[in-house]
Design a binder for this molecule. Structure first.
Ligand SMILES: [Zn+2]
Length: 244
């Protein structure tokens, strides 16, 4: 058996694989897929050649541990709710069911892109359920009225307000503490009267949110903590084809 390999790994002999490859699961499980026909005496060389690559990938999984895909739990901080996620491999279209504070996903759970899509759709739906009425409440407090609200999953913006008075909100706000959600809602609603970031805009914001400056800084901080599966493509399922 190979020497000096600084990680645990499993050998999977495959009759279908044409070339050897190393896969690293989201949980850091290293598997060497070895073509049935290839002599096993080359395994040692293969692992040695790629060990630094594997170690690097494992380290990046550690760093991004909180974002592990697929998520076992989803913590919607804004509404103080944590959902356990259960995955079930099944034939047919992949679908998600929310029941008793649990999410069950049935279908092709190996397909990470499909999983991501299903989860993102659920977050958007939750965003509509939660953020739309929330916006109405805050608008009432501020005594302003807006046109339409739409909930999206943008990569960079928390929200926006059009000159027609329509407001877009990012469903990722569900992963922020409630006072930061309110911070964004106040900001966008203030744009109904001030379509810019003038001094008048900020003093109008301050009227409803005296702490807006520190909250603005906190939002940047918290923004880093949005789960990776939410908006970015999967990067944690690492495959690298190896030269036979
Ligand atoms: Zn603004």
């Amino acid at each position: 058996m190979p020497q000096d390999i600084p990680f645990d790994w499993l050998l999977r002999v495959s009759s279908r694989a044409k070339r050897p490859r190393i896969t690293i699961s989201v949980h850091g499980l290293v598997e060497l897929v070895w073509p049935h026909r290839m002599p096993k005496r080359y395994i040692n060389t293969m692992l040695n050649e790629h060990k630094f690559w594997v170690v690097k990938q494992l380290a990046s999984i550690d760093i991004q541990h909180k974002d592990i895909i697929p998520p076992k739990t989803i913590d919607l901080i804004a509404i103080h709710q944590t959902y356990d996620v259960i995955y079930q491999q099944q034939k047919g279209r992949t679908r998600l069911k929310e029941q008793n504070g649990k999410l069950e996903i049935f279908g092709d759970i190996q397909d990470k892109e499909v999983l991501r899509h299903v989860l993102n759709m659920w977050v958007k739906k939750k965003g509509r359920e939660v953020l739309s009425p929330w916006l109405e409440d805050v608008a009432e407090d501020m005594d302003v009225s807006f046109g339409q609200v739409s909930i999206r999953l943008q990569k960079k913006r928390w929200g926006s307000c059009s000159t027609k008075g329509n407001i877009n909100l990012n469903a990722a706000l569900l992963f922020m503490p409630d006072y930061l959600v309110r911070h964004v809602l106040i900001h966008e609603l203030t744009h109904l009267t001030h379509h810019n970031h003038s001094a008048a805009f900020w003093s109008a914001v301050e009227k409803f949110e005296p702490d807006y400056k520190s909250n603005r800084a906190l939002l940047k901080e918290y923004g880093q903590r949005v789960p990776a599966w939410l908006t970015s493509p999967f990067t944690h399922d690492l495959h690298k084809p190896l030269k036979g």
